[in-house]
Design a protein around this ligand. Structure first.
Ligand code: FES
Length: 100
């Protein structure tokens, strides 16, 4: 875990999933920050097969995009650095064959 442990207060714990893996995070964190803290740095695959992940952390580069699965099962491409964690959130990492 890559979080600061002292002199900081956090929101309540929440659990979300990416590619079926449960991730514990704290309310108020971005998905990208929570994934980084959990050791998951590869969020999508480039056309050349390389890994991509958190880069600008401010919604500009789109290197951190993932798919958010809604209650109806539809997926929506979102920048994980701009998406706040929430209980039960379902995500999927992306590959170039997805079209991006
Ligand atoms: S890291 Fe650049 S948009 Fe998320």
């Amino acid at each position: 875990m890559l979080r600061i442990d002292t002199h900081i207060s956090r929101g309540p714990k929440v659990t979300f999933r990416i590619d079926g893996q449960a991730i514990t995070a704290y309310a108020g964190e971005s998905v990208a920050a929570a994934l980084l803290a959990s050791g998951l740095r590869r969020l999508r695959t480039s056309p050349g097969g390389g890994g991509r992940g958190l880069f600008c952390a401010m919604g500009v580069c789109q290197e951190c995009v993932v798919e958010m699965i809604d209650a109806a099962g539809a997926s929506h491409v979102v920048a994980s650095c701009q998406l706040e964690v929430s209980e039960g959130l379902e995500l999927r990492s992306r590959t170039f064959v997805d079209g991006h």
